[in-house]
Ligand binder design. Sequence first.
Ligand code: HEC
Length: 179
Amino acid sequence: MKPWKAVLLILFALAVAAAGYGLTLVRRGFSALATPSAIEEFAATTARKIAVPSAYRQLRNPIMPSTENIRAGMEHFSDHCATCHSNDGGGQTLFGKGLYPKPPDLRAAGTQNKSDGELYYTIQNGVRLSAMPAFSEVHTAAQTWRLVLFIRHLPQITAEELNEMKALNPKRQANPANW
Ligand code: HEC
């Protein structure tokens, strides 16, 4: 067989396999309650990694991690982010659990190992084809950097802080009985 025919055959076989995989995904239904397969998760994580411009990835948080700045980030997070991400960043909320893709655990290595600039870029621009909104039109750069400080603080958050956050959550969310 001529080499170009072998290449064509391989490409054709790959296309058929990809179409078959796509069909199985669709046939599984569109419920947002499902958990993504390892292949989907790998593809989405890799695509997101490549999508962050390297100029952003290298950015360092210009805001000092002072108690006041972390607190400002905490207040903001309680109001704008906890609906999906939960106060402790674990994402175990009604909205968080019902999304596909689901919000990742912000305390875990997957998020904490990302650079300050990557987190900043995600909060400013959101994530396409997910529920993560872009906040750049409503946040100042400083507000977003304080949120990044707070995300870095999440792994050490105290019970008192979590308690305080409950009072700062949007009213309906504070009481799950309202859902
Ligand atoms: C409506 C739900 C929703 C709201 C509100 C929301 N997020 Fe998200 N967020 C998500 C989802 C879903 C993802 C996962 C996106 C993905 O799979 O790529 C995410 C991802 C992220 C990530 C990326 C984590 C990582 O490991 O890459 C960061 C950082 C983040 N959100 C911060 C915030 C902050 C800060 C706010 C508030 C200003 C916020 N989010 C508000 C749903 C939300």
